[in-house]
Design a protein around this ligand. Structure first.
Ligand code: F3S
Length: 77
C-alpha cells in the first residue's frame, strides 16, 4: 500500500514527476506539481501498476519534493 504527496513548498516546477508518472502527477498554472488522484492530499491509495513510475518520479525530483509513504499522509509532512 502506497500513498504519495508533493511538497509544494519545495517544488521548483521542474516537471520531472509528471513526465515520469503522468497518471499521478499534474501541474498547476505555475508549474507546481500536485497529485491528481486526490488533489494532493496524499490520502488516495496509489494502484500497484503505477508504483514503478511513481518510484521514477520520486528518484527524478531534484528537490526531494515527491513524497511516498505506506500510510496516508496527514498534514504537510
Ligand atoms: Fe516539482 Fe519535483 Fe515534480 S521539483 S515538478 S515535484 S519533479
Amino acid at each position: 500500500i502506497k500513498y504519495t504527496f508533493v511538497n509544494q513548498n519545495t517544488c521548483i516546477a521542474c516537471g520531472a514527476c509528471g513526465a515520469a508518472a503522468p497518471a499521478i502527477y499534474d501541474f498547476d498554472d505555475e508549474g507546481i506539481a500536485f497529485v491528481r488522484l486526490d488533489g494532493n492530499q496524499g490520502t488516495c491509495e496509489v494502484s500497484e501498476e503505477l508504483w514503478d513510475e511513481m518510484d521514477d518520479a520520486f528518484e527524478d525530483c531534484p528537490t526531494d519534493s515527491v513524497k511516498i509513504l505506506d500510510r496516508p499522509f496527514t498534514q504537510r509532512e
